[in-house]
Design a protein around this ligand. Structure first.
Ligand SMILES: Cc1cc2nc3c(=O)[nH]c(=O)nc-3n(C[C@H](O)[C@H](O)[C@H](O)COP(=O)(O)OP(=O)(O)OC[C@H]3O[C@@H](n4cnc5c(N)ncnc54)[C@H](O)[C@@H]3O)c2cc1C
Length: 439
């Protein structure tokens, strides 16, 4: 059996490996001239490595851990020794007030009622899908600052959207899919625990290299997928690829930009119109040294206000330089994006000064990469269904359309939105193809 896989991110690469193991002959068509999708590593002249996209893996992400080992890579713990800073309504403190834990626990409790494989079946699905996280926080959080902080951390930190842009149901699905707020938000013991030596882009390259020679065709954007009773044809600018089935391993927002013949069923096409990508800006401020460590600070900060919601110490072991990586989400990220590069740098450094002190103004460099402007990603960290969309369109996420199967992290039921979810989704789609078409 021949299978064409669209996209060589972690999902497409994992799908291709599983299909090859199942005896299929596979071609992976990748739009970019590199594999990996939402991962990329930029190296500074002194060897400092900056992960522009995904960078962390953590406990319970078993497929990622297995792939790291299988491809001969290792991990190192994220730097988080020292005092964190919580900038709370204009004042600095070490931990957020108890109201934050209480409010987030309420969300965790509600998420226990959501099956991540079918959020639309939750008893209160309709009510929760109509309500935005912002609306829920307005009623459930004990005060407006707690509501703001939790909104920025949960809607922003997890989905890179504003609390008013996302339904409570989407948030509960995401919390459940990643095993709860403790795992999702944590550094040690959580999803931000470890980084890959060499960066995740190196793992993607090794996954691609382990496939039979010639499997991955890069610089081959798929423009159209046609199918009939006998097979599928994927059209690129260079040529047509025939197969018995296709796995489309790209985010729904990008899958909707491919032309299908026959046209996709209305509900599936509508799904691609209702799952926009998030809006995160990840910015690396590079310093001669990690100066915050001398003051006993961990570099891990969170904030109720300003353009930056959180920062981490992202310095690379072996490099003397200090890297403070800052994240801006939703509306704040859009506002930063509208500024000229010079004004953005000034705004980001001013926010860093407020979080970690005056030395933050002396950055050698501010390295940014705007995934929203990237033609083949169009936003990050992932796509999320808009309020009110889960019930009618959620069931279409993984439902195959004839010979076309859907992968990509957005289709995962565990660790959706993460590298782990991408791998699991790719392997699930491969299993569906192998089960329905003779190898
Ligand atoms: C800034 C940032 C930080 C993140 N941090 C983390 C993190 O720390 N940990 C974590 O686990 N996850 C993180 N994520 C999320 C993680 O990167 C994604 O969940 C994961 O990479 C998605 O993989 P994927 O294969 O589903 O999709 P993608 O990586 O988007 O892969 C899709 C591939 O398809 C290609 N493509 C698109 N359209 C076409 C077409 N028409 N024809 C051919 N090819 C096409 C794209 O070029 C791309 O290579 C982060 C993401 C970003 C951007």
């Amino acid at each position: 059996m021949r299978v064409v896989v669209v996209g060589a991110g972690f999902s497409g690469l994992a799908a291709a490996a599983a299909l090859c193991r199942g005896g299929a002959r596979v071609v992976v068509l990748e739009a970019r001239d590199r594999v990996g999708g939402r991962v990329a590593t930029r190296r500074l002249d002194d060897g400092t490595a900056l992960d522009l996209g995904a960078q962390w893996i953590g406990p319970t992400q078993e497929r990622m851990a297995a792939l790291v080992a299988e491809h001969g890579l290792t991990t190192f713990p994220s730097a988080a020794q020292g005092r964190p800073v919580v900038r709370w309504d204009g004042r600095s403190r070490e931990t957020p007030p108890a109201s934050v834990r209480q409010t987030v626990s309420l969300l965790d409790d509600l998420s226990a009622e959501v099956d991540p494989a079918a959020p639309w079946r939750a008893a209160r699905a309709d009510e929760w899908d109509r309500l935005t996280l912002g609306g829920w926080l307005g009623a459930a959080a004990p005060d407006p600052v707690t509501a703001r902080y939790v909104g920025r951390l949960i809607a922003g930190g997890l989905l890179a959207v504003d609390p008013d842009e996302v339904s409570l149901l989407q948030v509960l699905f995401y919390l459940r899919s990643g095993g709860g707020s403790g795992l999702l938000l944590g550094m040690a013991g959580g999803a931000q625990q470890d980084r890959l030596v060499g960066g995740p882009a190196l793992l993607a390259e090794r996954m691609a290299a382990a496939l039979p020679a010639g499997t991955v065709r890069s610089a081959a954007p798929v423009r159209a997928v046609h199918q009939d009773g006998h097979g599928v044809v994927a059209y690129t600018d260079e040529g047509a690829y025939r197969a018995q089935a296709a796995v489309v391993a790209v985010a729904p927002a990008l899958a909707g930009r491919i032309a299908y013949a026959p046209a996709l069923p209305a509900l599936r096409d509508a799904l691609t119109q209702r799952m926009p990508m998030g809006s995160a800006l990840k910015l690396h401020a590079v310093y001669p040294t990690p100066f915050w460590r001398a003051d006993g600070c961990s570099g891990v900060t969170t904030s109720t206000d300003g353009p930056l919601t959180e920062t981490v110490d992202n310095s690379t072991p072996g490099s003397t330089r200090g890297v403070l990586t800052a994240f801006s989400y939703g509306r704040q990220a859009r506002e930063l994006r509208r500024l000229s590069a010079g004004r953005r740098r000034a705004a980001v450094l001013a926010a860093l000064v407020e979080l970690v002190g005056p030395a933050a103004a002396g950055a050698d460099d501010l390295v940014e990469y705007d995934w929203s402007a990237d033609e083949w990603t169009r936003g990050c960290f992932c796509g999320a269904l808009t309020p009110g969309s889960w019930r009618d369109h959620g069931p279409e996420l993984r439902r195959p359309v004839g010979r076309v199967y859907w992968a990509g992290t957005e289709t995962a039921t565990r660790w959706a939105g993460y590298l782990e979810g991408a791998v699991l989704a790719g392997e699930r789609a491969a299993a569906e193809v192998l089960a329905h078409h003779a190898a």
